[in-house]
Ligand binder design. Structure first.
Ligand code: DQA
Length: 147
């Protein structure tokens, strides 16, 4: 199977950015962990990170018919980007939304996800392990969206 691991804005700053919230490990380390977990489950994991909404929209479009699932941490786009929600709604590729932190236990604006309805599941507050949980969910073959 082919899986896209996608991280949105500011996640390239993992390891530097608010380590008390997001930990000390880098994006490269996260990607290595998910690639390894994928390999152990017969999945090829492609990694993509961008700080630009349009680039993320186009990456989602490119998964249509080409990819079996998306593991996606949309960062702050989670809370307001209808363009990314609609991008996920434009393709048949199932997506699991991931948050490293527990977004429900932080500022109120983080409790809202406009992306979740276009996803088949949401994983939050599990640190980097949440990305592997997301792969497990995709491998279960869940296709019904939350919205
Ligand atoms: C995040 C939570 C978001 O609220 C925040 O804007 C991020 C990271 C997380 O992984 O916990 O950039 O998605």
């Amino acid at each position: 199977k082919k899986i896209l691991l996608m991280n949105g804005p500011n996640l390239n700053m993992l390891g530097i950015r608010e380590p008390g919230v997001y930990g000390n490990n880098t994006l490269a380390e996260l990607e290595r962990q998910v690639i390894e977990y994928g390999a152990a489950h017969d999945c090829e994991v492609e990694c993509f990170q961008s700080n630009h909404e349009g680039d993320l929209v186009e990456k989602i479009h490119a998964t249509h018919g080409a990819c079996d699932g998306i593991i996606y941490n949309p960062g702050a786009h989670t809370h307001y980007s209808y363009a990314l929600r609609d991008a996920l709604g434009s393709v048949s590729t199932p997506c699991v939304e991931v948050h490293i932190s527990d977004v429900d236990a932080r500022e109120p604006f983080r409790r809202i996800s406009v992306i979740a309805p276009a996803c088949v599941a949401q994983v939050k507050g599990r640190g980097f392990a949440g990305y592997c949980d997301a792969l497990d969910i995709l491998l279960e073959g869940v296709t019904e969206r939350l919205g």
